[in-house]
Ligand binder design. Structure first.
Ligand SMILES: Cc1cc2nc3c(=O)[nH]c(=O)nc-3n(C[C@H](O)[C@H](O)[C@H](O)COP(=O)(O)O)c2cc1C
Length: 167
């Protein structure tokens, strides 16, 4: 099966289960070197008249260096790869060649790294980033529970450039 570009009007997936339960990989880099990490927090919607996704990345993630050095990243969704995504979300590409270990194969769509095994891929252009700030919390219990190390997420808002699906 090969990837086919689909119109956003034909996109028909529940974002709450896709992101929160099935999880996704955030992947960034170039032809020479790329890295990926599992994410289960994020959103899809509309902002500034753009179709956007939002992802939240803690500052210590190795993947963050790749996101920051590129204009684009990908979000990849899978079927029946929970074991691999759990692994990729528990070890760092700083320490181990984790994509090879997980037996996922990098491929490039629009020049952006993703994986042959994905069933759905978003190609994303970064358009905004900022860091979650403690003073912004209205429910401060969420601040206490989620940030004991004060490692506040960097929020990236990205414009959806293309959606590819295995049909
Ligand atoms: C199910 C799951 C969801 C995760 N969601 C996020 C997330 O949304 N944001 C984040 O910064 N880290 C998240 N992580 C943690 C990173 O995936 C993990 O720290 C990973 O090892 C980072 O790899 P890297 O250092 O190679 O970038 C999640 C981990 C798992 C297992």
């Amino acid at each position: 099966m090969t990837f086919q570009k689909i119109n956003i009007q034909d996109f028909n997936i529940n974002p709450f289960t896709a992101i929160g339960e099935d999880w996704m990989l955030i992947t960034a880099g170039d032809q020479l070197k790329a890295n990926t990490m599992t994410a289960s927090w994020g959103g899809m919607g509309v902002l500034w008249n753009q179709n956007v996704v939002t992802v939240y990345v803690r500052p210590q993630r190795y993947t963050k260096e790749f996101i920051d050095s590129q204009d684009y990243f990908s979000l990849s969704f899978f079927q029946d790869y929970h074991k691999e995504l759990r692994y990729l979300g528990n070890v760092s590409g700083r320490d181990i060649d984790k994509m090879n270990k997980a037996q996922l194969h990098i491929t490039y769509l629009d020049g952006v790294p993703t994986f042959e095994e994905a069933k759905l891929v978003f190609i994303i252009q970064k358009i905004y980033q900022n860091t979650i700030t403690p003073s912004g919390f209205i429910d401060n219990s969420l601040n206490q529970v989620n940030y004991p190390q004060k490692d506040y997420h960097i929020m990236y808002i990205g414009k959806i450039i293309d959606i590819y699906q295995k049909l």
